[in-house]
Design a protein around this ligand. Structure first.
Ligand code: FES
Length: 113
């Protein structure tokens, strides 16, 4: 196991309710950027890769756009994703979805599950 995965992705305290954050993890031997989202006590994560053209979703590391409706908006061409299941609801990859990454909360920290 890569030592990166023996560390938490981030502290729950650093992720207020409704916030999006970026974290790094090693998945299948590759270092990946993740987008991590908190909704109440639930935390979800996806690869920080847009299904449209494979670009990062953030406009600068960890800086994600959110629409007034609370959707994650890709900084490259504006695809909008709902944050329950990561489905694209508008834009060039409508109907596609973000690739989920299983995470869990333990001892106030977010970990890969
Ligand atoms: S890469 Fe995200 S909308 Fe094009």
């Amino acid at each position: 196991m890569n030592p990166l995965n023996q560390e938490p992705l981030l502290s729950l305290d650093a992720l207020p309710d409704g916030a999006l954050a970026e974290a790094q993890a090693v998945i299948d031997g590759e270092s990946e950027s993740l987008v991590v989202y908190r909704s109440g006590e639930a935390v979800r994560a996806w690869l920080n890769v847009c299904p449209h053209a494979g670009r990062r979703l953030d406009w600068a590391p960890g800086q994600f756009l959110k629409s007034r409706e609370g959707q994650l908006v890709c900084a490259a061409h504006g695809a909008a994703f709902e944050l329950e299941r990561g489905g694209c609801v508008a834009g060039p990859c409508r109907g596609d979805r973000l690739r989920p990454v299983a995470v869990e909360v333990r001892d106030g920290q977010v970990w890969l599950a």
